[in-house]
Ligand binder design. Structure first.
Ligand SMILES: O=C(O)CCC(=O)C(=O)O
Ligand SMILES: [Fe+2]
Length: 460
């Protein structure tokens, strides 16, 4: 255990302890910010918005007794749960345990949970082995968040060719200077803020999520012909050191490239790479689910619209093929507001979401914001699957990252890791970070994108 670990939950930093500096500071800020607040300000909130507000609250820290936390009942995770201070309840939400397929010889967690209130939602607590969790973190920072993949920082900065994180490792190891990373805008004429292009830039900061038409095989030709101009770099961005930029990394794409301005995939850029590690892990996860137990006769089919070709779940063991996604990097104050992922043509195929590092509150609701969401405490190694018509396009979000919750298995070097020498730099970053690997399938089985001609123009 390192020195930072034992001190992270000391009195000064524990928000739950009314005598701590952290508690008093949060209280002061709360009183200041609510001083002139009109009454009834929350009268019009949707149930989803109300839940977001509840878990976002800095003061008093939210009560998590109605948050599903399956680790709270798992003796193997006791240290992780007690050390982190934040704790929900294993019986907070109605859900049913189902056994996973396979013999369990891989030593991973072998049970999943399904939710009668949200058919198609599957939770696999502690599914990813500790070794794979560390591998995924290394992969996300060192391999995925760099060219030719795109990150949120690429629009505004000229990032080092070896990738921001690899540059940072060199700086931290004393192998090079903490060089300034230059803004992209200096190399180009300034953009007037009122031009249409500028309106399509994703501003620095939290991801902006606006409404878009759901993608489907029927509108694929339109998607192809929608212009997707590159987002212009912000003219107000200043040079910044590598060290200062690392905590501002928010996302990196996986596979097909996403165009934030139109909220559509830019298929003209070709299929981006999808790493073997992620592909095999996700395919293994989907194959391990007894889908019959999730969608079979026992479950209600009411309101389950699978579309013209009917339920596709019986084929998923063979037809599931991840080809896109995003790695999200959250610092402890970051949130992801309620949204629906509907840019993929397949509206039912499993979306596999892997949590790493610090824990978070995940809210998953229904097809509108009016359905009260289910709150789930996601910890490192947990996997969520969103699938089928009631869940794949359900509203969901992450209103809170839970500080001080990095589990013990990320601490210290693992003797078997070849590059164990630099692990402490990863560990330090993870103390304030949650990484989410969010993997999707864009094209439904049997859909041939090369056979479609754009509405106006040539094939990509
Ligand atoms: O971080 C998470 O658990 C969810 C991320 C997500 O919903 C997304 O990337 O669309
Ligand atoms: Fe999402």
């Amino acid at each position: 255990m390192t020195a930072t670990t034992s001190s992270q939950t000391a009195a000064s930093g524990d928000i739950h302890d009314p005598t701590s500096a952290a508690y008093k500071k949060a209280r002061r800020k709360y009183l200041k910010s609510t001083r002139n607040r009109p009454e009834n300000v929350d009268a019009d909130w949707t149930p989803f918005r109300a839940a977001e507000k509840k878990y976002k609250a800095r003061f008093p820290p939210p009560d998590l007794s109605d948050v599903l936390d399956l680790a709270a009942a798992d003796p193997a995770r006791a240290e992780e749960v007690t050390r982190g201070k934040w704790k929900g309840r294993a019986d907070a939400v109605p859900c049913d345990e189902i056994p996973l397929r396979g013999d369990g010889s891989d030593g991973q967690g072998r049970t999943a949970y399904v939710f009668p209130g949200t058919p198609g939602l599957v939770l696999l607590p502690s599914f990813v082995s500790h070794v794979d969790q560390r591998r995924l973190v290394r992969w996300a920072l060192s391999e995925q968040a760099k060219h030719p993949n795109e990150t949120n920082l690429d629009t505004h900065y000229i990032l080092p060719p070896r990738g921001l994180w690899n540059q940072y490792l060199k700086v931290r190891k004393g192998e090079c200077e903490d060089i300034e990373i230059l803004p992209r805008a200096t190399a180009q004429p300034p953009t007037r803020p009122d031009t249409p292009d500028a309106a399509q830039t994703e501003p620095p900061g939290p991801r902006q999520l606006v409404s878009n038409e759901p993608a489907s095989p029927a509108n694929y030709a339109t998607l192809l012909s929608t212009p997707k101009p590159p987002a212009p770099p912000s003219p107000s961005v200043r040079p910044v050191s590598t060290t200062a930029l690392v905590p501002r990394l928010r996302w990196a794409n996986i596979g097909w490239y996403y165009h934030w301005g139109t909220k559509q995939y830019d298929f003209t850029r070709g299929p981006g790479e999808i790493s073997r590690l992620v592909r095999e892990l996700c395919k293994g996860i989907v194959r391990s689910i007894p889908w019959q137990r999730v969608f079979g006769e026992a479950q209600s089919t009411e309101g389950m619209d699978w579309g013209q070709s009917g339920p596709d779940w019986p084929d998923w063991n063979d037809s599931y093929e991840p080809d896109a996604g995003i790695v999200n990097f959250y610092q402890t104050k970051d949130t992801l507001m309620a949204h629906v992922d509907r840019s993929e043509l397949s509206a039912t195929s499993p979306l596999v979401s892997i949590s790493l590092g610090c824990a978070a509150i995940f809210l998953i609701g229904g097809l509108t914001r009016d359905e009260p969401p289910t709150p789930i405490l996601l910890r490192s190694g947990d996997v969520v699957i969103m699938s089928g018509p009631a869940c794949r396009r359900a509203y969901h979000g992450v209103p809170r990252i839970l500080e001080g919750t990095l589990p013990p298995h990320f601490e210290g070097s693992d003797g078997e890791e070849q590059e164990a020498k630099d692990w402490e730099i990863y560990e330090e970053y993870l103390r304030n970070t949650r990484v989410n690997v969010n993997v999707r399938q864009v094209f439904p089985k049997g859909f041939d994108p090369t056979a479609v001609v754009p509405e106006h123009g040539d094939r990509p």
